[in-house]
Design a protein around this ligand. Structure first.
Ligand code: FPP
Length: 264
């Protein structure tokens, strides 16, 4: 099946909650980069007496919805925390299901990404990703590398602390002069080099933690936590997050509200 992500017309029905939220959005001040900690798949499944893996399956559908909604809204970068370094501690069949779902997503959605001018980019420790998934990821990244509308960043086998250590090692290997090192230079050694810092970080299922996600990059990011479990996350939740984000004042440590900060 093939979907063209046009604009919001036809996607948002007049008179609905979604339409009311869209009305409240100032499209000239959209967050350029939205990052999401997709949490609560297991609880969603438990509530229904289903195996945890069913929660992840339902969560993949929310991934599709979030990608489509973000692209239609005009978000430039959407980062999804899909597999953390810590997720290896889960039972083997759950780990296999997660990688299997990602392969299925790539197989089913790569055409959607291509046709809708969406780019795929992976951050995280690639060498630890199962070979077949890694190969598919590389294929889709290559296929979409010139796409400009929105970049979908998948954080896979990702850990913020490990990313920082990896960047330090790379930087030290290449730069011997200490006085050359500053924030901008360091950011160029991170996996997210070239990607603006997230403006808005959404976490589902009510937990108030960063869980080793984008630790350097989220220094000034607005955090938005919802009790909604990831498999229940729908476009209206994304719209609500953006409305709330736009009501906040971002001061970056100063006194006056600032539209955007330096390295973006
Ligand atoms: C957290 O829920 C979610 C994950 C560890 C993985 C997220 C993966 C998906 C949404 C599916 C596959 C991804 C793609 C990109 C197609 P949890 O299991 O920690 O939930 P719990 O805290 O309720 O146990």
């Amino acid at each position: 099946m093939f979907f063209m992500f046009d604009t919001l017309e036809g996607y948002i029905q007049p008179g609905t909650v979604e339409a009311e939220l869209v009305r409240q959005i100032d499209f000239s001040r959209l967050p350029a980069h939205v990052a999401i900690i997709m949490d609560g798949n297991g609880r969603w499944a438990n509530q229904r007496n289903l195996p945890r893996t069913e929660g992840h399956k339902a969560g993949s559908e929310s991934v599709k919805e979030a990608v489509e909604a973000a692209a239609r809204l005009g978000i430039k970068y959407l980062t999804l925390y899909a597999f953390s370094r810590e997720n290896w501690k889960r039972p083997e069949d759950e780990v296999n299901t997660l990688w299997g779902l990602l392969r299925k997503y790539l197989a089913e959605e790569s055409r959607v990404l291509v046709e809708n001018d969406l780019r795929l980019k992976v951050i995280g420790e690639r060498s630890g990703i199962p070979y077949l998934v890694r190969r598919e990821l590389a294929r889709v990244e290559r296929q979409t590398c010139h796409n400009r509308r929105m970049t979908v960043v998948l954080a896979l086998n990702y850990g913020g602390r490990q990313e920082i250590i990896k960047a330090i090692k790379k930087m030290v290997r290449r730069k011997s002069r200490l006085d050359e090192i500053d924030e901008d230079l360091f950011a160029r050694y991170l996996d997210t080099a070239g990607i603006p810092d997230p403006d808005l970080l959404i976490r589902t299922s009510g937990e108030m933690r960063l869980s080793n996600f984008l630790l350097w990059q989220s220094a000034y990011t607005e955090l938005w936590v919802t009790p909604v479990l990831w498999p229940d996350f729908r476009k209206k939740d994304l719209l609500q997050a953006i409305v709330d984000y736009q009501r906040r004042e971002r001061r970056f440590g100063g006194v006056e509200p600032v539209q955007k900060k330096g390295r973006q």
